[in-house]
Ligand binder design. Structure first.
Ligand code: BG6
Length: 517
């Protein structure tokens, strides 16, 4: 395996990056939005950084009647759009690696054509290849594609031409516990867990990956990372966009499925898990799953008290009037789908006993911002009379997930002047200080890891099962309980706000409030 090792001299930074073995990358759903917006620009990003193997090709497969040439033109447009430039060096070389086949996902002849194409390209490479099949289609056809790949023997490893085969499955991974398990069963009929890459793009974000390094590469945080020093943890993922053109998907999903079951829970598990014994995929994922298992299951009482669901009404975003969710194209005028959720989560283990985790996420909120806020306890005694401990603001550590990625720590310090003069200061680290331009796209990391066979940043089967087990009872209750007798009723909030006022109440009840972010 080729290995690039960069020692960046500033403050002894140490970077290791590897180049995957020869790979054929097959994208189902190649004419769709995800391919154009994320997959192709990210693969091109890797290509530009010389992180793709020299033997590399892409085969796009989809229903749309494109050919190699029109597919390449479409991909070129998406690369130009992403890079905001008409001239991008190298792009021609990259596009030459892109091929296209069209057909119906349910038609065996698509897989026959694919097999022939793969064999031809693999033979040309004159070396054993890895195949990555990426499911970027609507989830309704995942099972069909997997079964056909199995029938066509395209999932077989260690053949004459192919060393290994991996399948990347986009979210949503199922609709609830049962459907997720059914999908898993279909995959496991033809693949083993080592070959399955359940993707959650939040895990590829630099700032989310940094949680692990921050916690476990420094010695000063771990001793205070527990109930003795931490008052509460708050995770917010706010978006100002609405559902864009995704009403069809969103009307079936809603925010709890779209953001909580995956992104929110993944961030929570990284913040709260025990230290893994190594940076190996399964050791890290063991700890994440252990943590998820320790989350207190939501009983009827908690579903009613600790979870708020709401939907956006008309409002103003960036000075522009925007419609209510129920007025969006493709949304039922009486839809009960939630676009905002706030929840209090308790973790029943030694480390977190009694520490509430408050999570909220929503569409059409005041601004786009994702933060993880660790609020420490107040000092137990104040020597600065007449100030009492309650007058001394607690320390707050923030992971700025996006935008303005970074980490900050709020501390009290002396303000120059009078003998007793205190100020709350922010020690602020911003990634923009050390990296020029935008941070790498999350998909770049994940696509590269998948080609390298590293599953650390992908969801394991038990993780997927526990997270669905936690949220399925809530979804089932909400589905039946339209008038909100058994759960919290659906509330409404104006677009451009921070969600319904009631979301403050979950914290107020505990004598706390959302930290301003
Ligand atoms: C996706 C959700 O997984 O994440 C979208 O389906 C959401 O609804 C998106 O907008 C948010 O991702 P990011 O990276 O923009 O925070």
């Amino acid at each position: 395996m080729e290995l690039i090792t960069n020692f960046i001299k500033i403050r002894g930074t140490f970077c290791i990056e590897e180049i995957p073995k020869p790979t054929g990358f097959i994208i189902f759903g190649a004419s769709g939005d995800l391919t154009a917006r994320k997959l192709i620009p990210s693969l091109f990003g890797l290509f530009e950084k010389n992180l793709l193997p020299s033997n590399f090709y892409i085969i796009g497969a989809a229903r749309s009647a494109l050919n190699d040439e029109s597919f390449r033109q479409k991909m070129l447009n998406s690369i130009i759009e992403k890079n905001k430039s008409d001239y991008i060096s190298n792009v021609k070389l990259f596009l030459e690696k892109c091929h296209y086949i069209s057909g119906d996902y349910d038609d065996p002849s698509l897989y026959k054509t694919l097999k022939q194409k793969l064999e031809a390209l693999d033979k040309k490479a004159k070396t054993k290849m890895s195949h990555v099949f990426y499911l970027a289609t609507p989830p309704t056809v995942y099972r069909k594609i997997i079964s056909h790949l199995g029938l066509a023997k395209l999932t077989k490893e260690n053949t004459k031409l192919v060393e290994n085969v991996r399948v990347v499955v986009e979210k949503p991974y199922g609709h609830d516990l049962q459907s997720a398990m059914e999908l898993d069963k279909t995959l496991k009929n033809v693949l083993n867990e080592r070959q399955i890459y359940r993707i959650d793009h939040y895990l590829g974000k630099e700032t989310v990956q940094n949680i692990l390094l921050f916690r476990f590469a420094n010695s000063i945080f771990e001793p205070i990372w527990n109930r003795n020093y931490i008052e509460d943890i708050q995770i917010t993922v706010a978006e100002s966009i609405g559902i864009e053109h995704r009403a069809g998907y969103y009307e079936k999903a809603g925010l709890l499925r779209d953001m909580f079951q995956n992104h929110m829970l993944q961030m929570l598990s990284l913040v709260a898990m025990e230290p893994p014994i190594s940076f190996d995929a399964d050791r890290v994922r063991d700890e994440k799953v252990k943590l998820l298992r320790a989350i207190r299951p939501f009983d009827r009482e908690m579903i009613k008290k600790d979870i708020i669901r709401a939907q956006y009404d008309r409002g103003i975003i960036n000075g522009r009037e925007v419609p209510a969710y129920r007025e969006e194209e493709g949304v039922k005028p009486d839809s009960n789908i939630e676009t905002f959720v706030a929840a209090k989560i308790m973790i029943d283990n030694w480390r977190w006993n009694g520490v509430p985790f408050y999570l909220r996420a929503g569409k059409r909120l005041a601004k786009k911002v994702s933060k993880i806020v660790i609020r420490f306890k107040r000092v137990p005694h104040s020597m600065f009379k007449p100030l009492t401990p309650d007058d001394l603001e607690p320390n707050v550590l923030m992971f700025h997930v996006q935008p303005d990625e970074g980490i900050s720590l709020r501390i009290l310090a002396k303000h120059p002047g009078p003998k007793l003069c205190m100020d709350s200061l922010e020690m602020d680290f911003q990634y923009s200080d050390i990296v020029k331009g935008e941070l790498p796209e999350a998909y770049e990391r994940l696509l590269l890891d998948c080609m390298l066979g590293d599953q650390t940043l992908f969801i394991r089967d038990d993780d997927m099962e526990v997270s669905w087990s936690l949220f399925t009872p809530i979804l089932k209750t909400w589905e039946k309980d339209l008038d909100g007798k058994e759960s919290s009723p659906l509330l409404f909030y104006p677009a451009g706000s921070w969600g319904p006022e009631k979301s403050e109440e979950i914290l107020k009840r505990d004598g706390r409030e959302w930290i301003k972010i």
